[in-house]
Design a binder for this molecule. Structure first.
Ligand code: PLP
Length: 440
């Protein structure tokens, strides 16, 4: 249940803040996707703890958004925050030499993630994919990058192409934003996910000008597409034959699904890997790691000329949070807990859809799930997600929010679970879903 604080001081705070935001912040929030939270009513959040998100009006929600996914251990996690605070006490940024913390986190990535031999840190997933592509372009001398419909790799011009193309633009290079560099878009090739023949043909045809193939090994930007083994294996074989670096964007999956990434589950090892989000339980920290010959290009001497820079790269609170998050995930086997909990949410929701005769499906993997209305069967490609009923999802999100459960009202996105979610959240969520689905 959404707990409401009816004291007038609290409820009176929401409207003025939202109004002020709308006047001076485009869309009234930091990104278009954040602005979508207004779909279900004015909202400004002020605090979060465990699995609970609280608005400036004192309304509390069970949070399934978790900051777009990073919050794997729960909001305001005591040990992670204590580690970050200790780093703050020693000064947040030196910008010179190395630090014990960056060595320790890099060593953990090398130990845990199969493809990672060397590591460079940055602050966000977009930076990580940008750096990975630059390393791949430098190594191959080629410019083109192949990506897949329905995969998101960040906001930069190299990759913000054909993430959510409209039905009549499938198969094209569809720029997701105005203002993008057309030369960058032209150098971004697009293929359907999970189609080994299509990808093999494109890589063969472009073997002379392809710099990299990048994918979310489990595309969660469209809920969840499970990769076919044959698809991943073909990708690995063909890129190897043609000397094209394969980049796994594990920004969502890394440390959320497994400390080893999806690459640890599927036994396909890419050349480069990007991690962010769950790596730092919400602190801005990200990394590109991979084959040492690729990473070593950024070594800074004259013969190896890739520039990877960033004032805040390796900033200490983020690295301290990452070290603590990784150690907690591994020590507590958080993924085993979350996989079981995720299965129960998915099964419960699927049963409810059936009980209420609502056309739809529940998809997901481990701690991630999505309910998609108006579509059935297991989705394998972006096109399989396209027909979903957006209006129904909005109605569902709205009803759930009224009952105290928050997730982004974007029908293509996903719910996340954290180690702070438990049985009580599960029961309360399913009770609410039961009531909302009865009304849909
Ligand atoms: N890659 C994937 C798979 C993502 O989901 C995201 C963000 O949602 C990014 C890259 C970009 O990361 P960031 O938003 O930290 O720049």
């Amino acid at each position: 249940e959404c707990v409401k604080d009816d004291s007038s001081t609290n409820t009176d705070r929401m409207e003025p803040i939202v109004d002020r935001a709308r006047e001076i912040i485009p869309g009234g929030a930091q990104t278009g996707l954040r602005a979508q939270a207004y779909d279900t009513g004015d909202v400004a959040f002020e605090s979060a703890s465990g699995a609970t998100l609280t608005t400036v009006a004192g309304e509390q929600y069970a949070d399934y958004h978790l900051g777009f996914g990073p919050i794997i251990l729960g909001h305001a996690h005591e040990d992670v925050d204590a580690a970050a605070r200790a780093a703050i006490d020693d000064g947040v940024l030196y910008g010179a030499g190395t630090t014990p913390l960056e060595v320790e986190v890099a060593e953990r990535l090398v130990d845990l993630v199969p493809s990672v031999e060397m590591v460079n840190f940055c602050n966000s997933g977009s930076e990580a994919t940008y750096h990975a592509i630059r390393l791949a372009r430098a190594a191959t001398g080629n410019e083109k990058v192949l990506k897949f419909e329905g995969c998101y790799h960040g906001w930069h011009d190299y990759v913000d192409v054909s993430v959510y193309p409209p039905a009549n633009r499938i198969g094209e290079r569809y720029p997701e934003s105005d203002g993008m560099l057309s030369a960058a878009v032209k150098n971004t090739l697009v293929a359907p996910f999970n189609d080994p023949d299509a990808v093999e043909e494109i890589i063969r045809d472009h073997s002379n000008d392809l710099a990299a193939v990048i994918l979310e090994p489990v595309p969660h930007s469209v809920g969840c597409l499970h990769p076919r083994t044959e698809f991943l294996e073909t990708l690995r074989e063909v890129t190897e034959v043609h000397g094209v670096p394969l980049i796994f964007d594990e920004v969502i999956s890394g440390f959320r699904h497994s400390p080893h990434g999806i690459q640890g589950e599927v036994n396909v090892t890419p050349d480069l890997t990007c991690v962010a989000k769950a790596l730092g339980n919400g602190y801005p920290v990200a990394a590109v790691g991979g084959r040492s010959d690729l990473l070593a290009q950024a070594g800074g001497d004259n013969e190896s000329g890739v520039v990877i820079s960033g004032t805040y790269s390796g900033s200490l609170p983020g690295l301290a949070a990452a070290r603590e998050t990784i150690d907690t995930i591994v020590a507590e086997d958080v993924q085993a807990y979350l996989t079981d909990l995720g299965d129960r949410y998915r099964d419960g929701l699927a049963d409810l859809l059936e009980d209420h005769g609502v056309d739809g499906r529940v998809v997901g993997h481990r701690s991630i799930f999505s309910v998609q209305f108006g579509v059935r069967g297991e989705p394998h490609t972006y096109e399989d997600v396209l027909g979903l009923d957006e209006d129904r999802f909005h109605a569902f999100a709205s009803g759930m929010r009224e009952r105290g459960h928050f997730f982004t009202p974007n029908p293509y996105k996903r719910h996340h679970l954290s180690a702070a979610h438990d049985e009580t959240h599960l029961e309360s969520y399913l009770d609410a879903a039961d009531a909302v689905l009865a009304e849909l």
